[in-house]
Design a protein around this ligand. Structure first.
Ligand code: PLP
Length: 403
């Protein structure tokens, strides 16, 4: 299962278009979509050797698929890791991470500001199997350090976070993890490898929801863990081939095509996001804008250093309101007044998507957990797409101007 031969030192834009498994005997230019569950074996002996992992070759698509392999190779090339394991969604990548890495009695330290479903994944699902998790403030390095225990096995962070765009210091967390003999996993959904490559700052595992920018056009669910080849072969493959949270070849093929335009999309969408953030900051009905590209953002300098000088393509803002009920009403009014933007909880799409985190992505959290995560009822998240900037601001102005 060799990759196509490419010269060393290629740039990310080139790797995004060119990295894939070697072509089939037909010489297809665009990577082939292998929609097959099984593979015909040349002999019973070869089949036995492949199932025993003693011989390279495909057997069954829960164990491996050429289109999925191409997608994994391409993502690993972008992240700068040796390998990647594709999964059926971003959440199943985190499930795979936990299943492969953790056992009863282990301890995890997780940012309290991560994507809403990640919190119950650790606090409820992994807890059922005897794994304890301490949630700490995303940006407080001392709190991460203080939470370390002798049985700490994993530190889990997302940067910037969904939806408040809090930025953590990846290098500092990697040092804490490694000094404790633990691993650091970083969810790189928001920044993507175009803006940030956590492995070069010491992260051990890079988590992706491919559903976001990697697809980039809101079509499929996908996820991945980027890691070393040894971790892929010895840690993750034995679990995924048993547990089966694999990526479908069709979705892998969509991601392969999506990644070809990743750099150009992320850069264009990030430029527009900065402009939308600056515009929102000047609106009298807006209490606060959360965007790492703004100098007013608490970790602006760190973000600029860590994210190639860009704030990324997602921002959040809070509408002004006298109390919690009015905040929710005002946020709903802005969202319901939109005529162009989509009221949709995804992000990383070419279409601009706006959502109300408190009642959607973070709706399953208790009020206390939500408050801890800083998700107010007046908060709106905007994942900026490729529409003209004036049309995006005009659509948000419809609701803001009529509050
Ligand atoms: C930062 C982040 N990580 C992980 C996920 C989960 O990904 P998926 O929806 O593909 O399971 C999401 C989903 O919104 C997310 O925003």
């Amino acid at each position: 299962m060799a990759a196509q031969q490419l010269p060393d030192g290629l740039h990310l834009d080139t790797l995004a278009v060119r990295t894939a498994l070697e072509r089939s005997q037909y010489g297809e230019n665009s990577e082939a979509l292998y929609l097959t569950s099984g593979y015909v074996q040349s002999s019973a002996a070869s089949s036995a050797a492949r199932f025993a992992m003693e011989e390279e070759g495909f057997t069954y698509s829960r164990v491996g698929n050429p289109t999925v392999s191409s997608m994994e190779m391409r993502l690993a090339a972008l992240e700068g890791t040796e390998a990647a394991v594709a999964t059926s969604s971003g959440m199943s990548a985190i499930l795979l991470l936990g299943m492969a890495l953790l056992k009863a009695g282990d301890h995890v330290i997780c940012s309290q500001s991560v994507f809403g479903s990640v919190i119950p994944m650790f606090s409820r699902e992994f807890a059922k199997f005897g794994v304890e998790t301490t949630f700490v403030p995303q940006t407080d390095v001392a709190a991460w350090k203080a939470a370390v225990r002798p049985n700490t096995r994993l530190l889990f962070a997302e940067t910037p976070t969904n939806p408040l765009t809090e930025v953590c210091d990846i290098r500092a967390l990697a040092d804490i993890a490694h000094n404790a003999g633990a691993f650091l996993a970083v969810d790189n959904c928001f920044a993507t490898p175009v803006l940030q490559r956590p492995v070069f700052m010491g992260a051990d595992f890079i988590i992706h929801s491919g559903t976001k920018f990697l697809d980039g056009q809101g079509r499929v669910m996908a996820g991945a863990i980027c890691c070393t080849q040894k971790q892929r072969d010895e840690l993750f493959l034995p679990v995924i081939r048993t547990a089966g949270m694999v990526l479908s070849p069709f979705n892998a093929w969509v991601l392969l095509k999506g990644m070809e335009t990743l750099a150009i999309r992320v850069k264009a969408q990030s430029t527009s996001t900065l402009a939308v953030a600056q515009w929102l900051q000047a609106q009298p009905q807006v209490a606060r804008v959360f965007y790492p590209g703004l100098p007013s953002h608490a970790q602006h300098e760190l973000a600029m250093r860590q994210q190639s000088g860009s704030g990324g393509a997602v921002l959040s803002f809070e509408v002004k309101a006298p109390d919690v009920d009015a905040a929710r009403k005002n946020a709903f009014h802005v969202l319901d007044s939109m005529q162009v933007l989509s009221l949709c909880t995804n992000l990383g799409d070419t279409k601009t998507l706006a959502a109300h985190p408190a009642s959607t992505s973070h709706g399953r959290l208790s009020e206390a957990q939500r408050q801890l995560a800083g998700i107010g009822q007046g908060l709106i998240r905007v994942a900026v797409g490729l529409e003209h900037i004036d049309d995006i601001t005009a659509d948000l102005a419809r609701g803001l101007n009529t509050l």
